[in-house]
Design a protein around this ligand. Structure first.
Ligand code: C5P
Length: 242
């Protein structure tokens, strides 16, 4: 059994989609100093600031999902995951469309010599992809649910801990792959939000709570809110009940 870091079973993950450190610190300063958050560092922030941004956020006591969505040949992903295993994060990810061999190699590379590792999950289909795009651009003949389920099954068989999917697919994944297989779901919007932005497959935090989502990933509805703390608290209340 791998020694996996202890984080809450259910949580709201805030996507820190900011161009650099100054904006991140400004945003984090909206929260009480002793509030422990679960945040997501994506490509924009990581490529701008490098690994030091992880240490900075960690020093404030927050949990971190490093969302770099790796997708390359198995050997390259394995070696890159070995590098990421040296960073102090709680969760990393890759694209399930890279295939099972790539996912197994990733897991291998990410597991430290002493057997410890953080969580590793696979992106199924982006929440900005809809059925039309799946069929007409990606030329995938199966429907969205079938495609996402198959990718999730591949991830589970490869030994991964869960998937990134839309909240619309979370329940089917839980039913097929069991409660322990994690569902991490972006595409969250409040009922009052008048824009979906670029997201297509969306749900409110309240509905996500009863839809088999373990973690919801929320970006703009919190980061761009007039009062980010209030928006975050509302999100937690809706999703977690406290
Ligand atoms: O601002 P918004 O709530 O749409 O942000 C969602 C976040 O989740 C973004 O950082 C995006 O990169 C990420 N994400 C996603 N869909 C996926 C995987 C990650 O929206 N399938």
């Amino acid at each position: 059994m791998n020694n996996i870091k202890n984080i809450n079973q259910k949580d709201v993950i805030i996507a820190l989609d900011f161009p650099g450190k100054a904006d991140v610190l400004n945003f984090l300063d909206c929260f009480p100093a002793d509030e422990r958050l679960f945040v997501k560092i994506g490509m924009e922030l990581f490529y701008a600031e490098g690994p030091e941004i992880i240490n900075l956020i960690r020093r404030r006591g927050h949990s971190i999902f490093l969302d770099l969505k790796l997708h390359d040949i198995p050997n390259t992903v394995k070696k890159t995951m070995a590098v990421l295993s040296g960073l102090d994060v709680d969760m990393v990810n890759l694209h399930a469309s890279g295939g099972s061999a790539m996912m197994r190699a990733a897991l291998d590379g990410f597991t430290r010599p002493d057997g410890t590792r953080a969580l590793i999950i696979a992106v199924t289909q982006l929440t900005s992809t809809d059925g039309d795009m799946l069929k007409n651009e990606l030329l995938i003949e199966k429907n969205m649910t079938e495609t996402v389920l198959k990718y999730a099954e591949n991830a589970a068989r490869s030994g991964l801990d869960g998937v990134v999917c839309s909240p619309l697919e979370a329940m089917d994944i839980k039913k097929a792959l069991g409660d322990k297989f994690l569902t991490v779901t972006p595409g969250i919007r409040f009922a009052s939000d008048d824009t979906k932005d670029d997201q297509k497959r969306i749900m409110t935090p309240k509905r996500a709570a009863v839809s088999g989502c373990d973690y919801i990933v929320v970006g703009r509805p919190v980061t761009q809110a007039a009062e980010p703390l209030k928006a975050y608290r509302q999100c937690r209340m809706d999703f977690m009940g406290y």
